[in-house]
Design a protein around this ligand. Structure first.
Ligand SMILES: *Cc1c(COP(=O)(O)O)cnc(C)c1O
Length: 383
C-alpha cells in the first residue's frame, strides 16, 4: 500500500479515503439477501453519496451490480465519459432539450407522466432511436410520478408511443426505514396499479421498489431488482433499520496537525471566545472547518481521533480551521494524522455520531462533505 500522501494532490491537508473493497463486499452481502433472480441496481447519485461516483461504479459492477442509478443527466454523462458502459437509470428529471444526449449515450430515463413521456417519444422518433425508460408510479411518496389511480389512463397514452422502450416500472417508499406496514401498503398499491396497466397491454420486463431499508426488511418488495444506496456504503438506513453484522463503512475523513501550541491558563481559542483554557493547555490546529463539512450547527462535533485516542474539539470551528486539546496526548506531533470520521486503531467516530451533533442523518453527513476534498480510492482494505 503506497502512502496515501503519495496519491494526494500536492499540499492537500484534508482528504477522504474510500475503501472500495468494503463497497464491493457490501454489494455481495446485499446480493446474498435477495433471491438469485433479483438483480441489483446500485444507487450512486450525489457522487456516490460523497464516495466518488466513478470508482464506486467500477467496484459495484465488479461485485455483481447489473445497473447504476443516478439522479441527473450530468451524473450519468460523467460515468459514460469515464468509460462506464453498464445500464444507467436516471431517477430524476431530464430537461427535454437534453434528450438527444441521453439517447446518444444509451441511458435509461424515468417517465413521470404522459406529457413528459410524449416529449421523450417525439424526441426518440426524431433521433431514429428508441428510448429506454422506466415508468415511475407514486404509491405514497408524494414526489415525482403518476398517482397509482391514474396508472391505467397513463398506460392508454403510453400505448400510443412506439419510440419508448419500456423496460420497467417502479415506485419509491417514503417510510421503509420506520414503518413496515405503510411500506407493505405502498407495495400493494404499486402492484395493483401495475396489474391494471398490464391488463391494458403494458409489458414491463422489470418491476422494482426496494431502497436499502426495504431490501433489508421486506423481502416481498425485492421483485426483479433492488435499488440500495446507503447500505452500499456500509451505513444504516436509520436507527430502526440497522445494517446486519458484516457490512463495512467505506469512508474515512482525515486531516493532520499543522501547528502545536502551548497556551497559558486564561487564553481563549477561536471566534466568539467560547472556550478559555482553565489551566495550561497543549493545543493542536487542524486545517479543516465548516467549508469541508465539519459543521458548527446546531452542535459542533465534540472530538476527533489522534494516535488512536479521543481528542476534544475546543472553541468554535472556523471556515477552515479547528482547534483540539491534546494536553492528554503528549506524543502528538505536527504532521500527525487525525481522523474526523471513521476508525483509527480501536477508536471510531461514525457518520451517525456526527449526524447526532448536526441534527441530521448519516446520508446528509456523507453527501455534505465538500466536493473540493480529494478522494483517495483504495482498492484494498487497510487493516
Ligand atoms: C436515493 C434513492 C434510492 C436509494 O435509497 P437508500 O435509502 O439510500 O437506499 C432508491 N431509489 C430511489 C428512487 C432513490 O432516489
Amino acid at each position: 500500500m503506497p502512502l496515501p500522501s503519495a496519491a494526494l494532490p500536492a499540499g492537500a491537508t484534508t482528504w477522504l479515503e474510500i475503501d472500495q473493497a468494503a463497497i464491493g463486499h457490501n454489494v455481495r452481502l446485499l446480493r446474498g439477501l435477495t433471491g438469485p433472480q433479483t438483480r441489483l441496481l446500485a444507487v450512486i447519485k450525489a457522487d456516490a453519496y460523497g464516495h466518488g461516483a466513478r470508482a464506486t461504479a467500477r467496484s459495484v459492477i465488479a461485485a455483481g451490480a447489473t445497473a447504476l442509478g443516478v439522479a441527473s443527466l450530468p451524473e450519468a454523462l460523467e460515468l459514460r465519459g469515464a468509460g462506464i458502459t453498464a445500464p444507467i437509470l436516471v431517477l430524476s428529471f431530464v430537461p427535454p432539450a437534453a434528450l438527444p444526449a441521453a439517447l446518444e449515450q444509451g441511458l435509461t430515463l424515468t417517465l413521470f407522466d404522459a406529457a413528459q413521456a410524449r416529449a421523450c417519444d417525439q424526441q426518440a422518433r426524431k433521433s431514429g432511436r428508441r428510448l429506454k425508460a422506466h415508468v415511475k408510479l407514486d404509491s405514497g411518496m408524494g414526489r415525482m410520478g403518476t398517482l397509482v389511480a391514474d396508472a391505467p389512463a397513463l398506460q392508454e397514452q403510453l400505448a400510443q408511443m412506439p419510440w419508448l422502450q419500456l423496460e420497467g416500472c417502479y415506485t419509491h417508499f417514503a417510510l421503509a426505514d420506520e414503518d413496515i406496514d405503510w411500506t407493505r401498503e405502498q407495495l400493494r398499491r404499486f402492484l395493483a396499479a401495475v396489474h391494471a396497466m398490464r391488463r391494458r397491454g403494458a409489458r414491463f420486463p422489470t418491476l422494482h421498489s426496494a431502497n436499502s431499508a426495504a431490501t433489508l426488511t421486506l423481502p416481498e418488495s425485492h421483485l426483479g431488482l433492488v435499488r440500495p444506496g446507503i447500505a452500499l456504503y456500509g451505513l444504516s438506513p436509520s436507527d430502526g433499520v440497522p445494517l446486519p453484522s458484516g457490512f463495512r463503512p467505506a469512508l474515512t475523513w482525515k486531516t493532520q496537525i499543522v501547528q502545536l501550541r502551548d497556551l497559558p491558563a486564561g487564553h481563549s481559542v477561536g471566534y466568539g471566545r467560547t472556550w478559555t483554557a482553565s489551566s495550561a493547555t497543549r493545543m493542536a490546529v487542524l486545517p479543516v472547518g465548516y467549508e469541508h463539512g465539519f459543521r458548527r450547527a446546531p452542535h459542533e462535533p465534540r472530538s476527533v481521533l489522534l494516535r488512536g485516542q479521543i481528542a476534544p474539539v475546543i472553541g468554535r470551528i472556523s471556515m477552515e480551521k479547528t482547534a483540539i486539546d491534546v494536553t492528554a496526548i503528549p506524543q502528538a506531533q505536527v504532521g500527525d494524522e487525525v481522523v474526523l470520521l471513521g476508525r483509527q486503531g480501536k477508536a471510531c467516530i461514525s457518520a451517525e455520531m456526527l449526524a447526532a451533533r448536526f441534527g441530521s442523518s448519516n446520508y446528509e453527513v456523507v453527501t455534505g462533505l465538500s466536493a473540493r476534498m480529494p478522494r483517495l480510492q483504495l482498492s484494498r482494505s487497510e487493516t
